[in-house]
Ligand binder design. Structure first.
Ligand code: ATP
Ligand code: MG
Length: 414
C-alpha cells in the first residue's frame, strides 16, 4: 500500500477533475460508497472460485462477529447501494465512482494492495447502445488524456448464462484428456472455473487452449445479435477494436459484452480499463431483474502511462511575499492579498529572516512573482513586484490597490 506524496497529488487532482468532466459529459453522477462492506456482498457477486475472492480479499470479523471486507472492486458495492436506496425504479441510472480498492496480491509493477479505480455503471438498459456509449466514453477519455495511440480495445461476448453453461461443459470435455499436461492452477480451475484457464500464462497450457472450443460458437441467437449490434455501432462511431475470443474476465458476474483496453507500455500488467455486462447481478442481490454494464480503470496504471508521456502537474504558489515588516504586519498584508486575489496561492516565509534568505525561499517555492513589502513603500501605499522567472518583467512599484490588476495583466489567473 502506497503513500501518495504532496509532489504527486497535483497530477492525481488534475486527472480526477478531467474524469469528473468526462463522466458529466455522458450524464453520469458520482456515487460514494463505503470502503467496507459485508464480505458476502463481494463473495456472492464476484464468485467463490475467483482469484479475487479465493486469494485476494481482505476479510475480517469485526467486534460483533460480522464478516466484513475491504472492497476489492466497486461494482458489487454499487449494486448493493442502488438497490438499498431504490435507485433502480427508473431505467437508465448512470453512476460513476472513484477511490481505493484492496486486494492482497503479490506486489509488483502495476499491482498494489491498495490501488485506485475510476468506475462507471449503467443500469436498466439492455440495448446495445448502452454498451456502445460506454465504450465510446472510454475512447473519448483516452483521447482527452492523450493516451489513445497507446491503447487497444479488445472485446468479446460471453453469451448468456445458458450459452455459457453449454460452453463450460464442452470446454471440460475438451480439457479432460489433457488434464495431466495442464499447470496446477489450471487443473484446479478445470473443476471450479474452467473459463479462467484462458487467463493462464503457462506456455504449455496456452498451447492446449489454442485448440479449445470457442465460446463464440456457443452463443445463442440473442447474444449473437446483441454483439453484432454493439460492434456495428462501434464501427459507426469509428471506435477501433479487436475481437478476442479468449477474453473471459476474472469475475463471475459478467455476461455478453466484455472488453479491455490494453497497453504494451507497462510490461505484464497491461490492462488499464476493463468492463462488461452483468445482466444477472441485480437479481443475484434480490432485486427485480435489471441489466447492467460497467467498467473500471486502474488509476495507478493510467498515471504510469501519463508519466511515460511526460505529463506533469505541480502546485506552486503564484505569489511569494518577501517582507521587511514585522511578522504581524506581514501576515496582515498576506491576508489582504488573499482577499483581493481569490483563488491565487499566496505564500511567505513564516519564520521571517533576512531579505536574502526570503528571496531564496521565494525562488525555491516555484512562485511566479515576489511581492516585496518594504517599510517606505508600504507607508506610501505601494509594494514592489518582481518576476521570479527569467523573463523581461522588470521589478516595479505598484500601488497596493492596483496589484491585482497588475498581476492579471502579467498572466496570473485564479
Ligand atoms: P488483472 O488481470 O490485471 O489481475 P483484474 O481482472 O483483476 O486484472 P479488474 O478487477 O478488472 O482487474 O480491475 C480493473 C482494473 O483495475 C485493471 O484493469 C487494472 O487497471 C486495475 N487493477 C486491478 N488490480 C490492480 C492492482 N492490484 N493494482 C493496481 N491496479 C489494479
Ligand atoms: Mg487481478
Amino acid at each position: 500500500m502506497h503513500d501518495i506524496l504532496p509532489e504527486q497529488t497535483a497530477l492525481w487532482q488534475w486527472l480526477e477533475a478531467e474524469m469528473a468532466l468526462q463522466f458529466a459529459a455522458y450524464d453520469f453522477r458520482e456515487i460514494r460508497i463505503p470502503l467496507v462492506e459485508q464480505a458476502e456482498v463481494y463473495t456472492r457477486a464476484i464468485g467463490e472460485a475467483t482469484d479475487v475472492v479465493e486469494k485476494e480479499m481482505y476479510a475480517f470479523e469485526d467486534r460483533n462477529g460480522d464478516l466484513l471486507c475491504l472492497r476489492p472492486e466497486g461494482t458489487a458495492g454499487v449494486v448493493r447501494a442502488v438497490l438499498q436506496h431504490g435507485l433502480l425504479q427508473v431505467p437508465g441510472l448512470k453512476v460513476w465512482y472513484q477511490g481505493p480498492m484492496f486486494r492482497h496480491e503479490r506486489p509488483q509493477r502495476g499491482r498494489q494492495r491498495q490501488f485506485h479505480q475510476f468506475g462507471a455503471e449503467v443500469f436498466g438498459i439492455d440495448s446495445a447502445s448502452a454498451d456502445a456509449e460506454l465504450i465510446a466514453m472510454g475512447q473519448r477519455i483516452w483521447r482527452k488524456l492523450g493516451l489513445d495511440a497507446g491503447l487497444r480495445l479488445e472485446i468479446n461476448s460471453l453469451g448468456d448464462r445458458d450459452d455459457r453453461q453449454r460452453y463450460r461443459q464442452a470446454l471440460i470435455d475438451y480439457l479432460k484428456p489433457h488434464r495431466e499436461r495442464l499447470d496446477e492452477d489450471s487443473c484446479r480451475r478445470l473443476d471450479t472455473n474452467p473459463l479462467r484457464i484462458f487467463d493462464s500464462k503457462v506456455p504449455q497450457t496456452r498451447e492446449i487452449m489454442l485448440e479449445a472450443p470457442r465460446l463464440s460458437d456457443f452463443l445463442g441467437e440473442q447474444a449473437r445479435e446483441h454483439f453484432a449490434e454493439v460492434t456495428g455501432m462501434l464501427d459507426r462511431l469509428g471506435v477501433a477494436y479487436q475481437l478476442n475470443p479468449g477474453l473471459v474476465r476474472g469475475l463471475d458476474y459478467y455476461n455478453r459484452t466484455v472488453f479491455e483496453w490494453i497497453t504494451d507500455d507497462l510490461g505484464a500488467q497491461g490492462t488499464v480499463c476493463a468492463g462488461g455486462r452483468y445482466d444477472g447481478l441485480v437479481s443475484m442481490f434480490g432485486g427485480k431483474p435489471t441489466p447492467g454494464i460497467g467498467f473500471a480503470m486502474g488509476i495507478e496504471r493510467l498515471l504510469d502511462l501519463l508519466a511515460a508521456l511526460g505529463v506533469e502537474r505541480s502546485q506552486t504558489p503564484a505569489v511569494f511575499i518577501v517582507s521587511q515588516l514585522d511578522a504581524g504586519r506581514t501576515l496582515e498584508m498576506a491576508e489582504a492579498l488573499r482577499d483581493s486575489l481569490p483563488g491565487i496561492g499566496v505564500s511567505m516565509a513564516l519564520s521571517g529572516g533576512s531579505m536574502k534568505s526570503q528571496f531564496k525561499r521565494a525562488d525555491r517555492s516555484g512562485a511566479r512573482f515576489a511581492v516585496i513589502l518594504g517599510e517606505s513603500e508600504v507607508a506610501a501605499g505601494q509594494v514592489a513586484v518582481k518576476s521570479l522567472r527569467a523573463d523581461d518583467v522588470e521589478q516595479t512599484r505598484v500601488a497596493m490597490d492596483e496589484l491585482p490588476g497588475w498581476l492579471a495583466r502579467h498572466g496570473l489567473e485564479a
